[in-house]
Design a protein around this ligand. Structure first.
Ligand SMILES: Cc1cc2nc3c(=O)[nH]c(=O)nc-3n(C[C@H](O)[C@H](O)[C@H](O)COP(=O)(O)OP(=O)(O)OC[C@H]3O[C@@H](n4cnc5c(N)ncnc54)[C@H](O)[C@@H]3O)c2cc1C
Length: 535
């Protein structure tokens, strides 16, 4: 089945009930759920490849994912996330578990394994922190993380509710999570332990949500930590399998998905959306539009300025900040992971200093300071199907944060034609990242066949985040207080979806899609999906 058409080569015809801007996991999930409820859905994606951050790209004899390295809670079909994926993909999406260890947290030469299973996780950490007060702190920490999970469901479910119901019950449903979400990760952890080393290790996955402990909301930290407690998984066949297995649901109901389809503006007449204006000047009409392009993009750029101003939208989001930008180095090797002895766990490499806030602030002040975090992922080892598609090969990805400002002088230049100074800067950064690989995975030295660096400008160019954001808006305590980050907008017929209305992460963005579809269909879709037989 041909899943997409190129907007450049085919005209959009037919009538659609809903237009969705963006084909990332949130737009796709919302589209599939609406399609399964009988709606005709048109998904418009500006990139030439569909899938948003779940898409993959190829160079030479290699293929890389761009925005997924591991997902928690999917391998068990009884988990809500596993069930939702099974439902959306009609059981076609398979997951490969990463096994015993999913993350290795490294400070200098000290390595802390995050082991699959709560008891294993605690036991392993306790080996490194034998003092009685630290052992007690580890137990307390895990308990607090679970306490957050208990109140998170109500907080997000409220967002799918119609306004009058949310007006009556919203405050009550949000209260539990807000109490903890309005505190920073550091504030909560310092109540549990005074051991900076332990805090540093417990926050060893902070790169998964992009902010160090003093700046991130503890709710976000806890959701991520819990998400992985029972291990990580990777999509068999690579992350593009997510789009490939969910998109058919949209098409089966008479919907269509177009790539190279850049939406310039959301059309609004008399306070109601009437469709979209494309970058080539054509209008496509529908009574409902869902934007997965991010709340900042939608309110600052996609809505006509006077409409956005009149509805007070820029005012609502002015306290929100874009998340940091990032670099990704995509590496190809002419050996299999097995031949090179490359294992599945992700490496999180930090400077010797266990205080992440200091490391990040030092780097913000001086970009020559040690990189505050370097993350290395081994997709070629995690995907059991990789060597079937690419015999004798494996891939590695290295990621770090990078201020957009370091690249702003090339903003506006053309992709692949940004100039020699840009290429030279990229090469310098690539070599800096490769040094980490050679130090921690020395067997890769001399074996690299290909590498290519993506910068914040790449993210801006392909996924349309204005500041090359890695995770949409920042996960600060303030973000969790914003009750307007929900599917419904003040413009009739216009809905939001995506990581900005729940949280970053494939799971968060997927639930963005679920609550948007639930708000439109006025149904408890999670309950409906959990009652289906899968697996
Ligand atoms: C480097 C990196 C690593 C990550 N690793 C993980 C991980 O290991 N595990 C995990 O769970 N999560 C991970 N994430 C986070 C996860 O990928 C995202 O949170 C999630 O995919 C966001 O989905 P979304 O649907 O909200 O947005 P997106 O995937 O960004 O989709 C939005 C889509 O809208 C399109 N669009 C924007 N503007 C327009 C327009 N004007 N017209 C048409 N289309 C438009 C974009 O091109 C894009 O395709 C990672 C992210 C990054 C960047």
């Amino acid at each position: 089945m041909k899943l997409t058409h190129s907007y450049k080569q085919a005209t959009v015809d037919g009538k659609y009930d809903v237009i969705i801007i963006g084909s990332g996991i949130s737009g796709l999930a919302a589209g599939a759920l609406l399609a399964k409820a009988g709606r005709k859905v048109l998904i418009l994606e500006r990139h030439y490849t569909p899938g948003g951050f779940t898409h993959m790209f190829k160079r030479k004899d290699y293929e890389w994912d761009v925005g997924i390295h591991y997902i928690g809670e999917v391998h068990k079909p009884t988990s809500v996330l596993g069930q939702v994926f099974a439902y959306l993909s009609d059981n076609q999406l398979e997951w490969a578990e990463m096994g015993e260890v999913y993350d290795k947290i490294i400070f200098g030469d000290e390595v802390y394994d995050f082991r699959t299973g709560i008891d294993n996780f605690k036991e392993e950490l306790k080996k490194h922190f034998p003092a009685a007060e630290d052992q007690q702190a580890i137990d307390e920490y895990v308990q607090v993380v679970f306490d957050v999970a208990k109140v998170g469901g109500g907080y997000f479910a409220e967002r799918a509710m119609p306004k009058p119901i949310s007006f009556l019950f919203g405050k009550f449903m949000r209260r539990g999570l807000l109490k903890i979400a309005s505190q920073s990760t550091r504030e909560v952890l310092e109540k549990i332990t005074k051991n900076e080393k332990l805090i540093g290790v417990l926050c060893g996955q902070y790169g998964d949500y992009g902010l160090p402990p003093a700046e991130s909301s503890f709710a976000m930290h806890a959701m991520v930590a819990k998400h992985y407690f029972r291990g990580g998984s990777y999509p068999v066949g690579g992350s593009s399998r997510i789009f490939d297995t969910i998109a058919p649901a949209v098409l089966k109901a008479g919907g269509a998905i177009y790539t190279n389809a850049d939406v310039k503006q959301i059309l609004v007449e008399n306070g109601k959306t009437t469709g979209v204006l494309m970058a080539d000047g054509k209008e496509i009409h529908a009574p409902m539009v869902i934007s997965s392009a991010g709340v900042m993009n939608t309110y600052y750029h996609l809505l006509p300025e006077e409409v956005s101003e009149k509805a007070g939208l820029p005012q609502k989001i002015k306290s929100l900040t874009p998340s940091s930008a990032h670099l990704s180095l995509y590496i190809g090797l002419k050996h299999t992971a097995e031949e090179l002895g490359i294992e599945k766990p992700n490496l999180w490499i930090y400077p010797d200093n266990y205080n992440h806030d200091e490391n990040v602030n030092n780097f913000r002040k001086d970009s020559k300071a040690p990189l505050p975090v370097v993350y290395i992922s081994f997709p070629g080892a995690k995907d059991p199907d990789f060597t079937n598609r690419f015999p004798g090969r494996t891939t590695i990805e290295i990621i770090t944060i990078a201020p957009f400002e370091n690249f702003s002088k090339w903003d506006g230049t053309r992709w692949k034609h940004r100039g020699e100074d840009y290429d030279a800067y990229k090469e310098e950064l690539s070599q800096q990242l490769l040094e980490y690989l050679y130090k921690y995975v020395p067997q890769t030295k001399g074996k690299i066949d290909y590498y290519e660096l993506s910068t914040p400008l790449t993210t801006k160019h392909f996924i349309n985040y204005e500041h090359g954001e890695i995770y949409g808006i920042d996960h600060t305590p303030d973000r969790f207080k914003q009750t307007h980050l929900r599917p419904q907008t003040p413009i009739k017929g216009l809905y939001l979806t995506g990581q900005d209305i729940v949280t970053a992460g494939i799971g968060g963005a997927l639930f963005g899609g679920v609550i948007t579809a639930a708000a439109i269909l006025k149904k408890n879709l999670v309950k409906q999906m959990m009652s289906q037989k899968v697996g």
